[in-house]
Design a protein around this ligand. Structure first.
Ligand SMILES: Cc1cc2nc3c(=O)[nH]c(=O)nc-3n(C[C@H](O)[C@H](O)[C@H](O)COP(=O)(O)OP(=O)(O)OC[C@H]3O[C@@H](n4cnc5c(N)ncnc54)[C@H](O)[C@@H]3O)c2cc1C
Length: 411
């Protein structure tokens, strides 16, 4: 195989145009690399996920890559825990900015010249010769680069080509979620929970909510939304049944929201009526299209394979209890660029990147499992059971879930 390499102007092909792909493009451009991003979606990525908790590491990465943090989101002053009747049973002052996936996408997307962001291009396979990479796309076309960055998420096709043995692991629980409009919520809901990061913690479940901007990053009162997340336990067989869609088609890992079976949604709403405090039930009632997301995690033992570097969820993905995935994506991208700037030799730079970030990804994943013990699934060790017991206290949950600086604390 003859692979063309260019040393004068170094070039990276980035597969995946979401958080980690955009961060990587922004940071690599800053060190003088030529970068092109290839995203399989044929249309601009909007409306994915919903709420994103922020951390100091994410804010720093946004500033340092040039995206900035303007109009990032809504700042809450405190966390509260409520009981079934909606009474406040605990409180923690903690200022935190809650943003949305759309806002981050917009800020990061503006850092990339549209001519270098290619929609409707699906990675298919690669060839590499130790010096350079040749990247093939399903729609046709081949790109040559000094480096291929796999930023294509938890089910990364790039990773599947270079490390097919690495597979995400189902946690044994899933979440129902959605984001009702502020304008639809009752006065009581607006006063009692809307301004806060709120926890309701029935046995083996978690309901968490916080305010986020409205569509088009509308931050005006009455135009915002409330991010609603409900964790429930369900084994692999139950998940498989849930993944049969409205038309009877079996999906592998999740079902596109419009195709989720109506009987599942009806059952979920009926279950909610039995256990939810009135304000959370009000939120759920006003979610037009609730959808579920099964929770998986994994950490790849190698995140550099020749001239392929994995970043973001393609490299490791944790359960979302820390709300740190996008911050990790920014950190991976920044570390990759710093290593490439510090070493003239690309392979030495990639080795430095892997040595720094692989252990961090693994640590984050393990921390997510620790926090996941709250749900009481797969408790194997005494340490798991100790942590499970500790997290049965809502005060501990407020101290551990999605808090800033957890990485330093869990060293
Ligand atoms: C329920 C839930 C809640 C979360 N909450 C938070 C939170 O509060 N805070 C936080 O920081 N993080 C949170 N996360 C995690 C966060 O969403 C992810 O860590 C982050 O989106 C990872 O970004 P990524 O770019 O690496 O991957 P992705 O966002 O998955 O993007 C991968 C991209 O690659 C594209 N792609 C895939 N295959 C190909 C291909 N073959 N060719 C071309 N393109 C391809 C996809 O279309 C996609 O656009 C949450 C996750 C979940 C599931």
């Amino acid at each position: 195989m003859a692979v063309r390499s260019s040393r004068r102007s170094r070039r990276a092909v980035i597969v995946g145009g979401s958080m980690s792909g955009l961060f990587t493009a922004a940071f690599l451009r800053r060190i003088g690399w030529e970068v092109d991003v290839f995203e399989r979606s044929g249309v601009e990525l909007v409306g994915r996920g919903a709420g994103i908790t922020t951390h100091p590491e994410l804010l720093a990465a946004l500033e340092q890559c040039g995206a900035g943090t303007r109009d990032l989101g809504i700042e809450v002053e405190k966390r509260i825990a409520i009981d079934r009747q909606g009474r406040v049973i605990g409180e923690r002052p903690l200022r935190q900015i809650l943003t949305s996936w759309d806002r981050l996408q917009r800020l990061l997307r503006e850092t990339i010249d549209p001519a270098h962001y290619h929609l409707g291009r699906t990675f298919e396979r690669l060839e590499q010769d130790g010096q350079a990479v040749r990247v093939h796309f399903a729609e046709g076309g081949i790109e040559h680069a000094d480096l291929l960055v796999g930023a294509d998420g938890i089910r990364s096709g790039v990773r599947a080509r270079v490390a097919p043995e690495v597979q995400p692991i189902y946690s044994g629980y899933y979440i129902w979620r959605g984001a009702p409009n502020e304008a639809d919520l009752s006065r009581d809901t607006l006063e009692s929970i809307f301004p806060y990061f709120v926890f309701f913690l029935p046995e083996r479940q978690q309901v968490i909510g916080y305010p986020i901007s409205g569509l088009d990053n509308d931050l005006r009162p009455a135009h915002r939304r409330y991010n609603f997340i409900w964790y429930q336990v369900g084994d692999a067989q139950q998940l498989q049944r849930m993944c049969v869609d409205e038309n009877g088609h079996q999906h592998d890992h999740s079902v596109p929201p419009p195709l989720i079976r109506r009987d599942l949604i009806a059952q979920m709403r009926a279950d909610a009526e039995q256990i939810m405090p009135p304000a959370f039930f009000d939120c759920l009632r006003h979610i037009a299209q609730p959808f579920f997301t099964p929770i998986y995690d994994f950490s790849a033992p190698r995140i550099v394979l020749g001239r392929v570097a994995l970043v973001g969820d393609a490299a490791s993905s944790s359960r979302p209890h820390m709300g740190f995935g996008v911050a990790k994506a920014g950190g991976d991208a920044q570390a990759l660029a710093l290593a490439l700037a510090a070493h003239d030799d690309i392979d030495a730079a990639l080795a430095a990147y892997e040595a720094e970030r692989q252990p961090i990804g693994e640590r984050i994943m393990l921390h997510g499992r620790k926090l996941g013990t709250h749900l009481g699934v797969g408790l194997k060790t005494d340490e798991d059971r100790k942590m499970w017991k500790r997290l049965q206290d809502f005060e501990a949950m407020m101290d551990w879930i999605a808090v800033p600086n957890f990485l330093a604390a869990c060293r």
